[in-house]
Design a protein around this ligand. Sequence first.
Ligand SMILES: [Zn+2]
Length: 400
Amino acid sequence: MEGVTTNVKVMGGLNESLVVNMIRRRGPISRVDIAKLTGLTAPTVTNVSGKLIEAGLIQEYMVGEYSGGRRPVLLKANSEMVNMIIVDIRSKEIKGYLINGELEVAEEICHDIRNLDKDKILSLVEDTIAKCYASDNGKLAMAIGIIVRGPVMSREGLSLFSPSTGWHNVPLKYIMEEKFRLPVFVENDMRAMALGAYHYGPYRDIKNAVFLGVGGGIGSGIILNGELYRGLGDSAGEIGHTVVDVNGPACSCGNSGCLEAMASETALIAMVTEAIEQGESSLLYEMVESNINAIRPEHIYTAAGDGDLLAIKALQHVGRYLGMGAANIINIFNPQLVLIGGGIVKGQQFMEETMKEVIKERALGNCYSSTRIEFSTEGRRAALKGIVDLVMEGIFFSLK
Ligand SMILES: [Zn+2]
């Protein structure tokens, strides 16, 4: 392991970085395809991949039936040798993993963070990292990746504002690097999901795509020309805080009428809770034994599946506003794909039609006609893939 770290440190420049990232994302892959996809010449790819093999970062790999002629030799990454600690700070819990680049989990830790204050949550993040580090093989970790909800300045590792933890301007990267002396990479959950869904899914040949993540909040990852677009201050993609109704309800950001306040799972819960309080009947009331504060998104999807009119109506409402959000995205970016992900996907069958109708109505024809609208069922695993990708890219890039 130390060998790999040392060898990464002595690696060369941009070409090495291009080739190694291509191989770990798309491998097993042939040298010819690497040349095609990176635009490097065949001799350069041969030269660079030779160095990478020597450094132990990649290896040759034989595949397929032998059907005469030359057997194809492909290249694949030694990602199983790259270990890292990942902390996923979700709305109700913190999950910690000691994991390798192949997403094999060696250690998993979970803490409930409901009803905890912001300082306690921060110390639990430290605690989670410390426990992963102290586990068997924890010392093999080369870096730390942190997924956090809400706007993040990724390069600085700063959580600007996180609704699930109550954090404002928390310098996660600085704090954890001081404490653990390992490089720390921080990303917002929706952008991590976008990276994971994009680089490791069926969409990676699409150059322009927007991943719209809808859970407790709404965020997005914007892929422009095959790269995540980060914006000047590294906080691009906050589509959840674009206003879709000037008279709309208050949003967690302090503004009002934001898409997130109209179409997130939080908004979904608020909508059904308010309707029940005003006397509307619903299966939900019995599902939570009259304690309407206990309504969770899962209850609403289940109730809708059982034909509950209130739950269906609420999901259609969400579909309408997500349609507006998606239409805005389509008009601005003219992407090939808008991929909807996050918890809301469980309500797909109740909102898809409304959503697509609204998109068709509101998006300009020439922008809309070539856009695919799809749902991703990958869930949180996409975020994990995304942060692992980000950490690996960071390791290879920062050490070169
Ligand atoms: Zn907002």
